[in-house]
Design a protein around this ligand. Structure first.
Ligand SMILES: [Zn+2]
Length: 195
């Protein structure tokens, strides 16, 4: 092989390497784009406009309808509390926030199937007409250490656990600031709003 042929081989090899690198960069870029949350209006039916949320959504992710449609004062209080909790290494996840009436109805039907009766399901899931999730006034916070932190420190931010049987469910009670949260109901069936 003469020198020209050798140079040609090297050039071809480096061109192939460059092409390979370009393909890899392109694939990485495509993956990166796919992980970016969808902007409103929501085109992802799976985690979309009905308030269904993927795992790991935080109180700052208001590009999701389940977070973005919450009452602004509630989400503001949650963000203040989340900042305080983060200083202690705790991150709030929103397992559920705002829900469309249709999504609430679906959850209620699933609960009736799971618990066996309307009465039993009512201890856990409200109707679309009565749910504080549908009105944008409630969040279910996880994981357990985040909910426990909020149960202990939430009153200072006006955030209160409402039901003894739902340690993850919080609503805004501004009067709690500087005082304490109101007495809890044993479960939603004891809440006058649910009648
Ligand atoms: Zn809830």
């Amino acid at each position: 092989m003469n020198r020209t042929a050798t140079r040609g081989t090297v050039r071809t090899a480096s061109r192939a390497a460059a092409l390979g690198l370009a393909v890899v960069v392109g694939l990485v870029a495509i993956q990166a784009c796919r992980s970016v949350p969808l902007p409103a209006p929501y085109s992802d039916a799976e985690h979309g406009a009905d308030g269904d949320l993927p795992v790991g959504v935080t109180v700052f992710d208001d590009e999701y309808a389940g977070v973005g449609n919450l009452d602004p004062e509630l989400i503001g209080a949650l963000r203040d509390a989340a900042d305080a909790a983060a200083e202690q290494g705790i991150e709030f996840h929103v397992n559920s926030g705002w829900r469309s009436p249709e999504y609430q109805d679906q959850l209620l039907r699933e609960a009736v199937a799971e618990y066996g009766s309307n009465a039993a399901a009512a201890r856990w899931v409200a109707t679309p007409e009565t749910s504080a999730h549908v009105s944008g006034d409630a969040v279910d916070i996880g994981p357990a250490d985040a909910a426990a932190w909020l149960a202990r420190h939430g009153a200072g931010h006006g955030l209160c656990q409402i039901y003894t049987n739902e340690p993850w469910h919080f609503e805004l009670r501004p009067d709690a600031v500087g005082y304490r949260c109101p007495h809890m109901y044993a479960d939603p069936t004891r809440d006058p709003r649910m009648q």
